[in-house]
Design a protein around this ligand. Structure first.
Ligand SMILES: CC(C)(COP(=O)(O)OP(=O)(O)OC[C@H]1O[C@@H](n2cnc3c(N)ncnc32)[C@H](O)[C@@H]1OP(=O)(O)O)[C@@H](O)C(=O)NCCC(=O)NCCS
Length: 182
C-alpha cells in the first residue's frame, strides 16, 4: 500500500447518517444523474426532493450509513437484513459521489462493513449483492473484496423501466481470511 493510499484510508470512516447535518453532502451524490444509473432510485432535483427521499427511505432504514472523508459524507453504504428463514443472509448496496470514483474507496467501505457485520451479527452467514450486468465498476469492487460471482439472474429486476439481468455475488462468513497461528 502506498503512503498516498495510507493517507486516504486514515481519513475515511463509516458512520450513521445525520439527516440535517449531512443534507448538503447528500445532495452532491444524490442529485448527480450518473450515480443512480444502475440503482432503483432516481437522482433528486432539489433539496425538497432530497428531504422527501430521506424521510421516506432513509430515516427508518435499519442500516443506512455514510462513507465519510474527513467526516464529510461522500457516499452511502447500506445493508438489508432479512428475517425468518432468510435471516442467515443480508444484502449490501453502496454509492459514491462521482468525484471520488476510482480511488478504491468503495472497496475499502465494503471490506470494512463485511468484517464488522460478521462480528456484530453472529447469526449471519452470507452477505450478497445484486449488480447490473453492465455495472463493471461495481463488480470489480466486489471481486477486489473477495466476493464470489455466483451467476446471472436473467430478467430479475426492473430498474428505470428496463428489466435487467443481474449478477449475484456473495461473501460467506467462512470466506474471511483466517489469521495465521503464531
Ligand atoms: C460502483 C462504485 C461504488 C465504485 O466505487 P469506486 O470507489 O470507484 O470503486 P473502487 O475504486 O473501489 O473500484 C472500482 C474498480 O472498477 C474499475 N472501474 C470502474 N468503472 C469501470 C468500467 N466502466 N470499466 C472497467 N473498470 C471500471 C476502477 O478502475 C477500479 O478498478 P481498480 O481498482 O483496478 O483501479 C461507484 O462507481 C459508484 O458509486 N457508482 C454509482 C452507484 C452504483 O452503481 N452502485 C453500485 C450498485 S450495485
Amino acid at each position: 500500500m502506498s503512503s498516498q493510499d495510507q493517507e486516504l484510508w486514515s481519513k475515511l470512516t463509516i458512520r450513521s447518517f445525520d439527516p440535517v447535518g449531512d443534507l448538503d453532502d447528500f445532495m452532491v451524490w444524490a442529485s448527480d444523474e450518473r450515480v443512480p444509473k444502475y440503482c432503483f432510485w432516481d437522482a433528486v432535483k432539489s433539496k425538497e426532493e432530497a428531504v422527501e427521499y430521506i424521510n421516506q427511505n432513509v430515516i427508518n432504514h435499519p442500516y443506512y450509513k455514510v462513507i465519510c472523508l474527513n467526516n464529510r459524507a461522500i457516499g452511502v453504504i447500506s445493508l438489508q437484513f432479512n428475517g425468518g428463514n432468510d435471516r442467515c443472509r443480508c444484502g449490501v448496496g453502496y454509492a459514491l459521489g462521482s468525484r471520488y470514483w476510482g480511488k478504491g474507496i468503495a472497496a475499502w467501505a465494503v471490506k470494512t462493513l463485511v468484517s464488522t457485520t460478521f462480528e456484530e451479527r453472529p447469526e449471519l452467514e452470507r452477505i450478497e449483492a445484486f449488480v447490473d450486468v453492465e455495472n463493471i465498476g461495481s463488480m470489480k469492487v466486489l471481486e477486489k473484496v473477495g466476493f464470489t460471482r455466483e451467476g446471472v439472474l436473467r430478467k430479475y429486476f426492473i430498474v428505470k423501466r428496463r428489466t435487467r439481468d443481474m449478477v449475484l455475488f456473495s461473501f460467506l462468513r467462512t470466506d474471511i481470511p483466517q489469521r495465521g497461528r503464531g
